[in-house]
Write a protein that binds this ligand. Sequence first.
Ligand code: ZN
Length: 341
Amino acid sequence: MLSIMGQTNITDLRVGRDSLSGLGNEIGRFVVTTMEIPWQLSKDKLGGNPEKVIMIESMEESWLDEMVATVPDCNAVVGIGGGQAIDAAKYISWKKGIRLITVPSIISVDAFVTPAAGIRRNHEVAYVGSSTPNPLVIDFNLLRTAPPELNIAGIGDLLSIHTGSFDWEYAESRGKSEYLFSARDVAAGRNILEKIYTKLDDIRDNTDDGLMAIVEGYMTMNTICLPAGHYRIEEGSEHFLFYELEERLARPFVHGYIVGLGIYLMSQLQGNQFEMIKGVMDRVGLKYHPADLDIRKEDLLAALLNIKKYVASKPNIWFSVIDDSGITEEWALKAMEGLKF
Ligand SMILES: [Zn+2]
């Protein structure tokens, strides 16, 4: 059985093939937050009789508050699905003070391990509340009903430790770290990477071991980042490039894919083992090419040429290699050479 010391933000873990089976009969009165597809895939397995099934139509706070008001007296809320169904369950659990059970049907985003619920407040992202699943249900067969490449995308926010930690060390070396620097946290983050590197084929194939490696990676990351109060070890220049592109193109992306693109480009800017990390992303089958993200060459080039100005204009963006860079068109084109558009 899995044992991770520290603050994982998981009270209990129920893991296995079909580990969801019969759960609905064990938890008293409960409501479910979900969406059409994950609900069809899981309702027979779950069993029991939910007091109410809330189909998520919106993550707006006002809509969620309407739903909270309709929740009957019950013991638990079960979130089944991707990030939104799970965040909605976290929100309801927090607002009603009832037990939270999370059942991810896909692990492309880390909502199932983070304490705060990501919602929308007047269309802007906001993180509210704090909740801990009891249990987190990892049902390998349910996860394998998702497109495998989207489960693989879950590795993006783990591989970003490669560039994120480099940036934190760089900021510290320049006397610009926003947080008390911790060499121990950086080392612990790199340990997560080392472990993940041994599971690349399993992750690519969505085996039990591979899926669990991603879940464990996130839980271990919590033990580092929750006590620290920030995610500096895994958020750096690779994410900042994504923020620029998101603002520029004003549309959502598969998070792990665009973080992968950021790692590809920023590891080159850092002079930080580009060939190695590219090899990891290729072997695990992470989609990171602009063609997978529907990003045009001229847009990516413009983003790279603007990135230094962009981070300087955002006071909340941490110091990174970007701040000291002088990206020229020649450098950018060379860095983009191996990418498919
Ligand atoms: Zn991220």
